[in-house]
Structure formats: C-alpha cells, structure tokens
Design a protein around this ligand. Sequence first.
Ligand code: PLP
Length: 484
Amino acid sequence: MFQDAVKFGSGEYVPVEMHKVRVVQKLNLLPIEARLDAAEKAGFNSFLLQNRDVFMDMLTDSGTNAMSDRQIASMMVADDAYAGSESFTRLSEAVEEVFNTKYFLPVHQGRAAEHILSRAFVKKGDVVPMNFHFTTTKAHVDLAGGKVVEVFSDDATEIRSDKPFKGNVDIGRLQAAIKVHGREKVSFIRMEAGTNLIGGQPFSIENMRAVRKVADEHGLIIVLDVSLVSENVYFIKVREPEFRDKSVKEIMHTLCDLADIIYFSSRKISCTRGGGITTNRHDLYMKIRDLVPLFEGFLTYGGVSVREIEAMAVGLREALDWDVIKHSPEFIRYLVDRLDAKGIPVITPAGGLGCHLDAKGFLPHLSSFDYPAGALGAALYIASGARGMERGTLSMDRDENGNDVASEVELLRLAFPRRVFTLSQVKYVEDRVEWLWKNRGLVGGLRFVEEPKVLRFFLGRLEATSDWPQKLVTQFRKDFGDSL
Ligand SMILES: *Cc1c(COP(=O)(O)O)cnc(C)c1O
C-alpha cells in the first residue's frame, strides 16, 4: 500500500512535505502598486518580468526544480575526463536501474534528444502519431520534413472531468492514422508520459499495452518521452487498480519495457540540466549513436557538464522514491480541489504539472481576442506577485492573412516546480486567486503594442484595454488595507 497525504485531527488530508529545507533563496513580495508598475514595465507579459519582482514563480517546472542535498554533494566528486568519465559510468548505471535499459546516450536537454531522434527516424513526408505533441517535439518533427498526427482521446481536452487517464491514445484513431498514411510513412509512435500541454495528465499502462499491440501488428517502434514520467507513475499507482500494490520501480519498468526508445529532459525528471536517450535495442542505438558527437559532444558527456551528470544519476534514482514523486501531484491536487470546491474554474482532475485556471470560465465577459488567459495572468501577478504562463490565444501566432486565431482553450498554467514551494505559499496563491474570482468583473482585456511574428508570447508587449489594472489595485487596498 502507498501512503497518501497525512490525515489531520480535523479529518482533512494535508500533503505534508517529506523533506526539510536546508538551502533557501530570498523572495520579494512587492506592494501591489510596485507589482502594477512591474507588470506595466513587462508589457503585461509574464515572460518579461524580472524574477526579483516575482514572489511565486509558477511559470514553468523546467530547470527550476530543487535539487536534494545528495545531488549537490555528488557534484563534488564529478570526474572531469573528456572521454571515459566515471561520472558517465555512474549515470549509465542509474539509467539502467531506473528505466531497465542497457544503452545510453547523454544529450544537452530534451529537445536535443528530439532533434537526434527526428534526424534518425523521420523522413520527408513521414507522419509521427502521438498521444499529444509537445512544442519542441513538433518543431523537430516538422524540421525533419515530417508531420505530427495527434491521436488523443476525447477526454484529453475536456476541462471539467473525472477521467483518470486523459493522456491516453485513442486506439481506433491510432489504427486509422496508420491505415490512412500507410505503415511505411510512420516514423515511429510517440508516447508522452505526463502529457505536458494538457496539464501533466497521465496515460495508463493498459493503454500503453494496447499501443504496443498496434505497434507490433505493424512492425513499428515506440518512442517514449519520460520527461514527466514520475508524475505519470504516481497516477498509475493511485488510479490503476492493477498497480496499487506495485513499487514505483516495478511500475516504471513495466512502462519502459513496453517502449523501444526512451528519452528525457533532465530539466524535469531529475531536477538538473541535461537529457538522454536510452534503449535495449543495439540496432536502434547504432542508428543514433554517431549523431551525438556531431551535435552534442562526446558519448560520455553529450554537452552536459560532468557535475550535472553526477546530479542526474542521483536525481534519476530519487525519481523512484515515492516520497519524492508524490510531492508535486499532491500539492497540485490540494490547490485544484480547493479552488474547484469554491466553484472557481480549473482543469480537473488535477494533473502532475500545475494548476490550470480556465480563463474562459473565469472571465466570460472577455472575447478570445481580449486574450483572457493573458489578462488573467497579468491580473493574478498584480493581485499576488505569482506569475503563471498563458496557454491560449496569445500563445497562437496569427494566420497567413494576419488574423488572430482563437484558441480552443484559454488557460493560465500555474506550474509547481518540484520541491520548491511550501504549503503556506500555496495557500497564499489560493487566497489571491479566490479574491480575484470575487472581483473578476474588474478584469479587462489586453492588446498588443509590440507583436513579434513568430512565438509572440515570449517577447510580445501588451497594454490594458482600459484602466482595469488600476481599478484592481484600488479594490485590493479597500479589501486588504496596507497588507502586501
Ligand atoms: C520540457 C519537455 C521537453 C523538452 O525538454 P527541454 O529540456 O526543455 O529541451 C520534451 N518533452 C516534454 C514532455 C517536456 O516536458
């Protein structure tokens, strides 16, 4: 049996931190007037805020996770050899222990693995069916002349749901895609654990087994992206009855044994930097091996510093520790369930990456072209000093005629970097989101004043379409007096 959150005398289950904090970074919580100032200077774009002006940095989990004492200690014994480094041997052993695979190639981060795999396997005119795309994955498949074909189930895009495995592939759609394009046009089938863009939603082992069956029928290989696998394994243990009493390692191996090639971003899974590709198949290893010295670095470092390699080895092993991997999903569930109970529109069930506020439901008086998710992000920063990431119309570029393209969903993602926040900080965010919900009528739209043509959400600058940010500040002072 697994141990979930701790039951308090009140009957409430509370996700108690299973670690103590031994290194700290000072945070600033600016007064709301200064936060409004900072938001204006950043063009109401959370990517352009200075971190010193941010209280809760919930932009992403990429490279922002907290390392353990053991990880930091391991960096001191890194072996600096260009070739044949002992650090690499230790990392390879950790990879084998965690993923049950023999051959391992280090790369500098997740997208580098995607670059190499796309180069090796995607030919012009190919298709790559997958449960859901990730931004960098799609970019590299496109670059190699291929096309991503998503075969997710209808559950994936449901906002309010109790479906346990929204990351599952729709097997009928997968079969249809292979039939329509022809087996020889399929580079590989890709499965993404802890599906990033729909909020860290998992797939089940049952689904993975069905995908394996289809792959075998057609002689196709499966590439498994395990960047967010820890949280996927957490959900398998909690939600898939067959695995309730299995260890994390047994679940991880069951999952990985169903894939042919596995790759990961260490910025996520091992709380370091770096990445890797691993397989049990010598023939596949030989197809990609020579690309690593060409694009990344020699085979025993792959563009990663040896210190990070040591910390990766420790971090990967920690990804088998239940106390480590349950932390983020439980904290996220805590926030999601409490907001949901107050009728605040959030994606349910809680995923493993963050809390996603549904900006369409939050700000129904705004149209897609007022950029509701961007406006909600700006409003939340002003109200709390927490910054999230817009995932909606603002993140879509204009079409070839220069028209704005309305996104199907308007989300504000509040990411939970692993082991970084304490529960009182999460409660603070909950409180300010609730305040914003009560005052949602005050929040207006945004419009661009500087708009890059490509990936405009990164560097674009916006302004409020009215003086709503000022009104929000006035209301805050009325309700909170001189509190920060
Ligand atoms: C972040 C991420 C990547 C890309 O990794 P980088 O290290 O940022 O290049 C690939 N896949 C998934 C699922 C991710 O979350």
